[in-house]
Design a protein around this ligand. Structure first.
Ligand code: COA
Length: 148
C-alpha cells in the first residue's frame, strides 16, 4: 500500500469536486467517446462521493447513489487514474463506501459493472445477478454484495 493516500467523503461544494469530475470524464467517459457535459449531473448533489487523494491530487473516486430501496444503495462512477491503477486504490475506495453504507443502515450494495471490471468487483466479494446488457454503449452486468 502506498503512503500518503487519503480517502475522504466529499460533496459537490468541496473544492476537489472539480478534480473528481475531471477524473470521471477522463477515465469513464472520454475512452468511450462520451462526455459528462451531455449528462444531467443534478443527482450528484444527493450522492455520497468518496475521493482518494495523494498530496492534494485526486487519483480515484467512487459514488454511492440512494435508489428507491431502503436496503440497497447503488455504487457508481468507480475510477482510478491510469498511473495509480493496480495499487489497491480501487479496493480502498470500495471498502470506504461499503463501511459508510453499512453505517447508514444499508444491507446490500448494487452496481452496474462494465464486464471488463467484473473481475475487480468479484475479487471484492460481489456476485453477478444479471445477464449482460448495454449501458453507455458498452456491456455491463448487475452485481451485488451483502454488507450486513
Ligand atoms: C477497475 C478499477 C476501478 C480498479 O481499480 P484499481 O485501483 O486498479 O484496483 P485495485 O488495485 O484496488 O485492485 C483490487 C484487486 O482487484 C484486482 N483487479 C483490478 N482490476 C481488475 C480487473 N479489471 N479484472 C480482474 N481483477 C482486477 C486486482 O488485481 C486486485 O486484486 P488483489 O487484491 O488480489 O491483488 C480501475 O482499473 C479503473 O479505474 N478502470 C477504468 C474505469 C473503470 O472501468 N471503472 C469501473 C467501471 S464499472
Amino acid at each position: 500500500m502506498e503512503d500518503g493516500i487519503v480517502i475522504s467523503r466529499i460533496n459537490i461544494n468541496d473544492k476537489i469536486y472539480s478534480q473528481v469530475y475531471d477524473l470521471r470524464e477522463n477515465m469513464l467517459r472520454k475512452p468511450i467517446g462520451l462526455s459528462l457535459k451531455n449528462e444531467d449531473l443534478r443527482g450528484d448533489a444527493s450522492n455520497m462521493i468518496f475521493a482518494a487523494e495523494k498530496e492534494g491530487k485526486v487519483i480515484g473516486c467512487v459514488m454511492l447513489y440512494p435508489i428507491a430501496d431502503e436496503e440497497k444503495i447503488k455504487l457508481r462512477q468507480m475510477a482510478v487514474s491510469e498511473e495509480w491503477q493496480g495499487k489497491g486504490i480501487g479496493r480502498m475506495l470500495v471498502e470506504a463506501a461499503e463501511a459508510y453504507a453499512k453505517q447508514q443502515g444499508y444491507s446490500t450494495i448494487i452496481l452496474h459493472a462494465r464486464t471488463v471490471s467484473e473481475g475487480f468487483y468479484k475479487n471484492l466479494g460481489y456476485y453477478t445477478t444479471s445477464s449482460e446488457f448495454t449501458e453507455v454503449g458498452i456491456p455491463h452486468v448487475v452485481m451485488e454484495k451483502d454488507i450486513f
